[in-house]
Design a protein around this ligand. Structure first.
Ligand code: GLU
Length: 448
């Protein structure tokens, strides 16, 4: 092996090569390690990938933009936050990925999310590059006017870095249709263009039908594929969902409509439990009334409230972590395994710690990886871009058909590349299939 790719000798040598370039960025290093473990053999065996150092090149974002956001609170006091956009790769299309507004946001978290997005967007088969951005701004407890002023100030800087052929942000934690509305309004004002430079817009203001439901629905379509592969079906399965945001409630809604018994939803304060399963009306109540206090909703839907607890001790066939990164640790995995859980559907991005994932794998629990299972959201964002370019709005039925077909395609790619003897490692399949498409594109451009 030549000196230029000694780092490919083992996962440890690769991480030793990587770490000094990204000091202290634990989430980013965790995400890269996860992918590198799965693709290392393929990279070593493929001469072009090895010699052209494709994996090494793909770990380095094209650029990271960091900026100051100053906005005025309701008392007239200037507040200062940090804004970011990580433009990871435009090998497959314009940079694409959400914006997260949460106090936990930092460069490591956005770099890991942008890196995951690269494989996710590749798996969709659409022309979508990869990016992620956001701010450490905390929207919780802020008035509507404060959120508007923050979004306008954030976009005042971001606008010069995005565009429908350059970079197309969307929502993520803390950024929903309201925030996208304020962001898009400011973009439109600054650029004097009604262009599809953001997705997740509201329907009627350039947005797409089904975008809001797409991540959660798509995840359940992926789960149905996994169950069918094992000769099983979703009807009657006990499903525990974490989170109570957009992804969680729409995953719950779709699962319930297909006959599953959805027993939980949660937030950072605790877990809402209904052993007999949440009804469509219960889920509708969460959707329309939840703004932060889930215990109050538990009372409204006659559910139990477990203060300070996660949903993983309730007992289920399928666990659906749909909240945030590293939310499910080794102890939670142990509880789930002991209670007979057989499937984990990652609806959030990287919700399992490395130790939790290893525990599931050792116990034969099948994992649907987030970069495949939650790709429905960005896929419908891709359809929103297409509709904006065409100047047409597709009906909901058409979008649902497109979403189902996209998720089926992603499932087939994961299955095709993830088969090991008589079992399927969907995580490995997702990483190899996602990597392969980007790697071929990067090779075609020459050295850059
Ligand atoms: N934030 C979402 C994700 O993690 C959606 C991204 C998008 O629609 O661009 O995939």
């Amino acid at each position: 092996m030549s000196a230029s790719h000694d780092e490919l000798e083992s996962i440890e040598t690769f991480m030793e090569w990587l770490e000094p370039n990204h000091p202290g960025e634990t989430e980013f290093l965790q995400a890269v390690r996860g992918v590198a473990e799965n693709v290392l053999d393929t990279v070593r065996e493929t001469e072009n990938y090895r010699e052209q150092r494709i994996l090494q090149r793909l770990t380095e974002p094209d650029r990271i933009i960091r900026f100051r956001v100053v906005w005025e609170d309701d008392d007239g006091i200037p507040r200062i936050n940090r804004g970011y956009r990580v433009q990871h790769s435009n090998a497959l299309g314009p940079y694409k990925g959400g914006l997260r507004f949460d106090p936990s946001v930092n460069q490591s978290i956005l770099k890991f999310l942008a890196f995951e997005q690269l494989f996710k967007n590749s798996l969709t088969g659409l022309n979508l590059g990869a990016g992620k951005g956001g701010s450490d701004f905390n929207p919780k407890g802020r008035s509507d006017k404060e959120i508007m002023r923050f979004c306008h100030a954030f976009m005042t800087e971001l606008a010069r870095h995005i565009g429908q052929l350059t970079d197309v942000p969307a929502g993520d934690i803390g950024v929903g249709a309201r925030e996208i509305g304020y962001l898009f309004g400011q973009y439109k004002r600054l650029e004097n263009q009604f262009a599809g430079a953001l997705t997740g817009k509201s329907v009627g203001a350039g947005g797409s039908e089904l975008r809001i439901e797409a991540t959660g629905y798509g995840a359940i379509y992926f789960l149905c594929g996994m169950l069918a592969e094992d000769g099983e079906e979703i009807d009657g399965k006990r499903i525990a969902v974490s989170g109570a945001g957009n992804v969680a409630v729409h995953a719950a809604e779709k699962a319930q409509s297909l006959g599953a018994i959805v027993t939980t939803l949660s937030n950072r304060s605790g877990t809402l439990v209904k052993e007999d399963g949440l009804s469509a009306d219960d889920i509708g109540t969460v959707k329309s009334r939840y703004v932060g206090d889930l215990s109050a909703i538990a009372e409204a839907v006659s559910a139990r409230w477990l203060q300070g607890e996660k949903p993983w001790r309730v007992g289920c066939d399928v666990a659906v972590p749909a909240a945030t990164q590293n939310e499910l640790d080794e102890r939670d995995a142990g509880d789930l395994i002991d209670a007979g859980c057989r499937y984990v559907l990652e609806a959030a991005n990287m919700p399992l710690t490395e130790a939790a994932a290893a525990a599931f794998e050792a116990s034969g629990v099948a994992i649907a990886p987030g970069k495949a299972a939650n790709a429905g959201g960005v896929a419908v964002s891709g359809f929103e871009i297409t509709q904006n370019r065409l100047g047409r709005s597709w009906p909901r039925e058409r979008l649902d058909t497109e979403l189902r077909e996209t998720m089926a395609g992603i499932f087939d790619r994961c299955k095709g590349r993830g088969r090991i003897d008589d079992r399927i490692d969907y995580r490995r399949g997702a990483d190899i299939a996602g990597f392969d498409r980007v790697a071929r594109a990067v090779l075609s451009f020459g050295t850059m």
